[in-house]
Write a protein that binds this ligand. Structure first.
Ligand code: SF4
Length: 274
């Protein structure tokens, strides 16, 4: 059986603004996905299956592009130029706020050529600040080629234990942690996010291991803690899927968020509030 990482596009080509890929949403005026006001372009497909995923409509790399599906989920095949001309409509906001383009998903690196061409053209042809939200479950050489045109990388640490990571996300975390270790030693502006999911990754063992890992990095990154929420529940119903988080009914409350934040700060982690 092919490893899931092998399913990534393996070629990373030069700039091609006619190249097309599948986008499942373009969201404007975001202030939580990189600095300033940003437009988020969501690319279809993800090799992970996190139980708490709030974007189940973005997991399939080859979604149904028929009219009905397009109306419900906004799936579109778009060229690099079409995406960036659309993003450019908000250019005035980026210039004033220090914002720009953020690629998200799904896992944007799964459409490697399209992702790279978007970032390259965004920088060279449009002068945008660029950010990418990635699971970093991707071949290191692909990540590194993409980062040449990326100003900010936002990546998750979900669980430190490899077995639990596989149990709750579908994949082992070795590749992810290796990527983070290498990127933290580079010039890339790295922001780590921790999706705090009660009962799954809020135990002291996981928090301790995560703190140890983060402070051991060559350039310890900032950490944002994101509380689990159920905003995606309705989407699972619309897709005819069962919501996977059957055991968890509540988001972490303020006390829990404060406790985890203080716990990690005490261990030397640079926690930032979003
Ligand atoms: S990595 Fe992100 S998009 Fe992929 S399954 Fe996990 S939460 Fe969903």
């Amino acid at each position: 059986m092919r490893n899931k990482v092998d399913s990534y596009q393996q070629t990373v080509s030069c700039k091609n603004t006619a190249l097309s890929g599948i986008v499942f949403n373009i969201q404007r005026y975001s202030i939580h996905d990189g600095p300033g006001i940003r437009t988020i372009v969501f690319l279809s497909g993800c090799p992970l299956r996190c139980l708490w995923c709030s974007n189940p409509e973005g997991l399939d790399a080859n979604p149904d592009l028929t009219q009905n599906a397009r109306q419900q989920w906004k799936y579109r095949r778009m060229t690099v130029k079409e995406v960036l001309d659309d993003v450019a409509k908000d250019e005035a906001f980026y210039r004033r706020s220090g914002g720009g383009l953020t690629l998200s998903g799904g896992e944007p690196l799964l459409q490697a050529d399209f992702c790279l061409a978007l970032l390259q053209s965004a920088k060279q042809d449009y002068g945008f600040s660029t950010a990418i939200e990635s699971s970093l479950y991707a071949p290191p050489e692909m990540v590194d080629k993409t980062l040449v045109y990326t100003d900010y990388l936002l990546a998750d640490i979900k669980l430190m234990d490899a077995k639990k990571h596989k149990e709750y996300t579908g994949v082992d975390n070795t590749l992810i942690l290796d990527n983070i270790r290498r990127i933290a030693a580079s010039k890339t502006d790295l922001i780590i996010r921790f999706p705090l999911v009660p009962g799954i990754n809020d135990d002291q063992e996981n928090l301790n291991k995560m703190a140890e890992f983060l402070v051991s990095l060559a350039k310890p990154p900032a950490l944002e803690i994101l509380g689990y929420h159920e905003f995606g529940r309705g989407k699972y119903n619309s897709l005819g899927k069962t919501y996977p988080m059957t055991d968890i009914t509540v988001s972490p409350n303020k006390e829990k968020m404060d406790f985890v934040e203080n716990f990690l700060r005490d261990k030397g982690v640079l926690v930032v509030r979003t």
